[in-house]
Design a protein around this ligand. Structure first.
Ligand SMILES: *Cc1c(COP(=O)(O)O)cnc(C)c1O
Length: 226
């Protein structure tokens, strides 16, 4: 057993529990989504052995290469897609993932709905909101988010359980998380996926039900393309 993985998992779990106690929200336990993108199966296994079951990946192809084998050994894994999804990968994504956190446009909503129907698999989904209206980030504009959630439900029949966001870099994330929580109330969703290694406690203070933590668990990722 890799004690470093177990220790890191324990430390993050304790910080989540303390933040939740301190800020009194929400009643259920905040879910830790361990973001394993760029890390190999051998780096992930110690976390599975330490009891972690909920993981996040941002690329369909990368996830496809790692997770089917891990699932054979740990059938109760819950895999979240947290990266942008192209419609031509929707079929693979529906087959592989348990939760899609990045529904952000009409075409994707309708394609996912069709693929879920075809596969007989109705996955819980989050709508990703481009909370800082940043050109380089995915997500629906905040002003359109509530109406989009309604259309995902009524037109496409998707099971929208929450909202997800990645706030802008280099500025305090609190106001953005607060705005996502406000939109979540307006859209009547129960879950909010917000907060990463550097700011998950702020996310919890603002009502996060899911935090997506990568580097604080797995260590620094090699730069993209390396
Ligand atoms: C990589 C990633 C994370 C994890 O980021 P860390 O800062 O390493 O915790 C969380 N959410 C999304 C969408 C990501 O792509």
């Amino acid at each position: 057993m890799d004690t470093r993985a177990a220790d890191r998992l324990d430390a993050i779990s304790q910080r989540i529990a303390r933040a939740q106690e301190r800020f009194g929200a929400p009643p259920e336990r905040v879910q830790l989504v361990a973001v394993s993108k760029t890390f190999a199966a051998e780096d992930i296994i110690p976390f599975l052995e330490a009891g972690q079951r909920v993981f996040g990946e941002n690329r369909v192809q990368e996830a496809q290469a790692k997770w089917p084998a891990l699932r054979q050994a740990w059938p109760d894994i819950e895999l979240h897609l947290i990266g942008p999804l192209q419609t031509n990968k929707a079929r693979e994504a529906v087959a592989l993932f348990d939760v899609i956190e990045t529904v952000d446009r009409e075409k994707l909503a309708s394609t996912l709905a069709a693929e879920m129907q075809r596969a007989g698999r109705k996955l819980p989904c989050f709508v990703q909101v481009n909370i800082g209206l940043e050109e380089q980030k995915a997500g629906i504009a905040p002003a359109e988010a509530v109406a989009f959630v309604e259309r995902c439900r009524s037109v496409h029949g998707l099971d929208i359980v929450g909202l997800m966001c990645i706030p802008p870099d280099g500025v305090p994330p609190g106001p953005y998380f607060a705005q996502l929580a406000e939109l979540g109330r307006a859209a009547a969703v129960a879950s909010l996926s917000m907060g990463m290694s550097g700011d998950f406690e702020v996310g919890i203070a603002m009502g996060a039900t899911h935090v997506r933590v990568g580097s604080a668990l797995f260590g620094h990722r090699p730069p993209l393309g390396a």
